[in-house]
Design a protein around this ligand. Structure first.
Ligand SMILES: Nc1ncnc2c1ncn2[C@@H]1O[C@H](COP(=O)(O)OP(=O)(O)OP(=O)(O)O)[C@@H](O)[C@H]1O
Length: 610
C-alpha cells in the first residue's frame, strides 16, 4: 500500500453531516431509554429525592407568609417567630440533603450510561471493515466518541434533571398559587401561552445554529487530526502556511457559528427574563390593589410574588433544556448512524461458519477467479487465479498500483471480493470466523504500528497469557534481543505513540517477534524491508528466513533481493499475474521480471548477483 496515501490529509466524507440531519425525537428517546433501563431504580431514587427537596424548598415562602400574617401583622412575635425561624432553617437543611443526594445519584447513572455508550461505540468502530475507514474522517469518529457522548451526558445530568425537578416544581408552584388565591393564580396562567409562542419561535432557529456549530467543530477536529498525522509530509513540502490558511478558515467558520449560537441563546434567555419581570409587575399591581382593598393579606402577596419568581425559573430551565435536548438528538443521531452502519465485511451466518483451528491449518491459499475493485466500476484485480501451496514462499513484484497490496488486503478480509473466492485449506474465508482468520494470517507492513507501551507489551500485544520469557525468546529468535538490551530499560522500555523512539528497522524486528509469539500459519509481508538501509535489511532478511520456516509466506517487495530466493515469484501488472516462476526461470524467460532485474543491477540500487 502506498504510504503517501496514508499520510496525505485525505478528502473524506464526515461520518455525518449535521446540517442535513433530521434527528427524530422518538428514536433518540428509544436509544437513551434502552441505555437507561438498567438504572431505573436509581432514577426512581432521583425522583423521590427531587420531590422531597422541592417540597422543602417550596414550603419556605409559606412559613414566611404565616410569620407575617399570623404573627407580625398582629404585633405578635417572640417564641413563635423563633420556632418558625428554626423550622425554616430545618427545611433548608432537608432541601440541601435531598438535592445533594438527587444530584449524586443522577450523575452516577448518567456517567455510567455514557461510559457504556462510549464503549459500545468504540467496540463497534473497531469491528468496521477498511472500506468504512476509507470513506470516514477519523476526526469525525473522534468527535463521535468524545464530544457527542459528552453532549448525551448532558441529557441525563441536565435535561432529565430539569424535567423531573423543574416539572415537579412547576406543578407544585401552580397548586400552591391556586391554594393561595385563585383569581391571581388564574391571571398568572395567562402568561403561559405567550411563553409557548416565544419558545416555539426560537426553537427551530436555536436548533439550526447549534447544528451548524457542531458540524463546523467536527470539521475543525477532522482537519486537525489529519494534519497531525501528515505533519511530516506537510513540513517536508513546506506546506505549513497553506495548511495554516486552511485551518484559519475552518477556525473562523467555527468561531462565527459558535458566536451565532451563543447570541441566540442569550437572546432567548433574556426574552424570558423580560416576560418574567412583566408577569411580576402585573402580579404586584393586581395583588397590591387587592391588599389595599383588604381582600388579600400582605403575607399572601409576599408568598405569591415569591412563587411567581420561582414559577419562571423552572419554565426557563425546561425551555433551555429543550435546546440541550435538541443537541442531544443531533448527537444521538450521529452516534446512531455509526452504530447502525454495518461492516461491509461480516461474520459468517451461524449455519455457514467453518471454525478453523490454527494448529490444524496447513496453509494452502487459493484465489479463485477473484475480481475486486475499491469502487465496483473500477476493478483492481481481474479474474485472478492463484494457488499457493502449504509452506511455500511467494515473492510478489510488479508496477506501482498493480494490485499487490490489494491482494493481501483481500486475504486478510479487510475487504471482501466482488466476484470469485479466496480459500484457506479449501474453505472460503468468508465462512471462517474473523478471529480464527486473523489468528491464521499474520501481516507485517512497511511501517509496523507500535502502541504506547513497553517492548514486552508491544510484542505480546497486551495479551497477559503470553509470558515475558516467551517474548524474550521470540526476540532472540528474530535477532532483536541485542537491540532491545541496548535500550535504556531493556524490555521494559516504554515506547511513545507509534514507537517513535525506535528506528524503522528496530520497529520491524519487533513486529517479526510478534509473528513468532502469535504463530500465524500464513505470513504476509508488505514492503517490510522498503524503508531499511542495507545493514538493517540484512538483519530483517535473516529474521524473515527464520520466521518463514514452516509457514506459507507471501512477500511483496520492490527490492528484488528480498524475494529472489522465494520458491515462486509472481509478477503483477494492472491487476493480473503476468509472469510466475523461480528467479532463474523468470530470468531465462526474458520478460518483465528479467527487465526489472537488469534495471535494478544497472542502476546500482541493489547489490544483486549477475
Ligand atoms: N483504499 C483504497 N481506496 C481506493 N482505491 C485504492 C485503495 N487502495 C488502493 N487503491 C487503488 O487500487 C490500485 C491498486 O493499489 P495497491 O495498493 O494494491 O497497489 P500496489 O501494487 O500495492 O502498489 P504499490 O507498489 O505502489 O504499493 C491502485 O490504483 C490504487 O490507487
Amino acid at each position: 500500500m502506498t504510504n503517501l496515501n496514508k499520510e496525505l490529509p485525505a478528502q473524506k466524507e464526515p461520518v455525518s453531516k449535521p446540517h442535513e440531519e433530521k434527528p427524530s425525537t422518538s428514536s433518540t428517546l428509544k436509544l437513551l431509554l434502552g441505555y437507561a433501563k438498567p438504572h431505573r431504580l436509581t432514577f426512581v431514587g432521583v425522583a423521590f429525592c427531587a420531590l422531597l427537596g422541592i417540597s422543602a424548598e417550596l414550603l419556605q415562602p409559606l412559613i414566611v407568609q404565616i410569620a407575617i400574617d399570623d404573627h407580625l401583622v398582629k404585633g405578635e412575635g417572640g417564641g413563635a417567630l423563633i420556632k418558625l425561624g428554626l423550622l425554616y432553617l430545618g427545611i433548608a437543611v432537608v432541601s440541601f440533603v435531598f438535592t445533594y443526594l438527587q444530584n449524586n445519584l443522577l450523575q452516577y447513572a448518567g456517567q455510567s450510561i455514557i461510559a457504556r455508550i462510549r464503549k459500545d461505540l468504540f467496540g463497534h468502530i473497531s469491528k468496521m471493515s477498511m472500506s468504512f475507514f476509507d470513506r470516514t474522517h477519523s476526526g469525525s469518529l473522534v468527535t463521535n466518541v468524545s464530544n457527542d457522548t459528552e453532549t448525551i451526558s448532558q441529557f441525563f445530568t441536565q435535561v432529565l434533571l430539569s424535567l423531573v425537578r423543574d416539572g415537579m416544581m412547576l406543578v407544585l408552584i401552580i397548586a400552591l398559587m391556586f391554594s393561595l388565591d385563585v383569581e391571581l393564580a388564574a391571571f398568572s396562567m395567562l402568561i403561559l401561552p405567550v411563553i409557548f409562542i416565544v419558545a416555539a419561535l426560537f426553537r427551530s432557529y436555536l436548533r439550526s445554529t447549534y447544528q451548524q456549530a457542531r458540524s463546523r467543530l467536527s470539521r475543525l477536529i477532522a482537519f486537525t487530526a489529519e494534519n497531525l498525522s501528515g505533519m511530516g509530509l506537510i513540513q517536508s513540502f513546506r506546506q505549513e502556511e497553506e495548511q495554516l490558511g486552511r485551518f484559519t478558515e475552518q477556525n473562523r467558520n467555527y468561531w462565527t457559528a459558535n458566536l451565532r449560537q451563543i447570541r441566540s441563546n442569550v437572546l432567548f434567555n433574556r426574552t424570558f427574563d423580560i416576560l418574567g419581570n412583566a408577569a411580576l409587575v402585573l402580579m404586584v399591581w393586581l395583588g397590591g390593589r387587592a391588599v389595599l382593598g383588604q381582600s388579600m393579606e400582605v403575607g399572601v402577596l409576599y408568598a405569591f410574588v415569591s412563587y411567581i419568581r420561582q414559577f419562571f425559573q423552572p419554565i426557563n430551565q425546561i425551555t433551555m433544556q429543550w435546546n440541550t435536548f435538541q443537541s442531544t438528538t443531533v448527537a444521538v443521531e450521529r452516534i446512531q448512524r455509526v452504530l447502525e452502519t454495518k461492516s461491509d465485511v461480516r461474520e459468517p451466518d451461524s449455519g455457514q461458519t467453518v471454525p478453523l483451528d490454527p494448529r490444524d491449518v496447513r496453509g494452502e491459499v487459493n484465489f479463485r477467479d477473484v475480481t475486486f475493485g475499491y469502487r465496483a466500476d473500477r476493478p483492481v484485480l481481474k479474474r485472478l487465479n492463484l494457488n499457493i501451496r502449504p509452506g511455500e514462499m511467494i515473492g510478489v513484484v510488479g508496477t506501482t498500483g498493480a494490485g499487490k497490496s490489494t491482494l493481501i488486503s483481500l486475504l486478510n478480509r479487510f475487504y471482501d471480493v466482488n466476484e470469485g473466492s479466496i480459500e484457506i485449506d479449501g474453505t472460503d474465508i468468508r465462512r471462517i470466523p474473523q478471529s480464527d482468520l486473523h489468528a491464521v494470517v499474520g501481516l507485517i507492513q512497511q511501517d509496523p504500528y507500535l502502541f504506547a507501551g513497553s517492548i514486552v507489551d508491544n510484542v505480546r500485544l497486551f495479551r497477559e497469557d503470553v509470558t515475558r520469557e516467551q517474548v524474550i525468546e521470540a526476540c532472540r529468535f528474530v535477532g532483536a534481543h541485542p537491540m532491545v538490551l541496548r535500550l535504556q530499560n531493556g524490555y521494559d522500555t516504554h515506547l511513545s505513540e507509534r514507537g517513535s523512539g525506535l528506528s524503522a528497522g528496530e520497529r520491524q524486528l519487533i513486529s517479526f517477534a510478534r509473528i513468532v509469539v502469535f504463530r500465524p500459519k500464513i505470513l504476509i509481508l508488505d514492503e517490510a524491508t522498503a524503508n531499511l538501509d542495507s545493514e538493517t535489511e540484512k538483519l530483517v532478511q535473516e529474521a524473515l528466513t527464520s520466521v518463514s520456516q514452516g509457514r506459507t509466506t507471501i512477500v511483496i517487495a520492490h527490492r528484488l533481493s528480498t524475494i529472489m530466493h522465494a520458491d515462486r515469484i509472481l509478477v503483477m501488472q494492472e491487476g493480473e499475474v503476468t509472469e510466475q516462476g523461480t528467479h532463474a526461470q523468470l530470468l531465462a524467460s526474458g520478460g518483465h521480471y528479467a527487465e526489472l532485474y537488469r534495471h535494478a543491477r544497472q542502476s546500482g540500487r541493489e547489490r544483486l548477483p549477475g
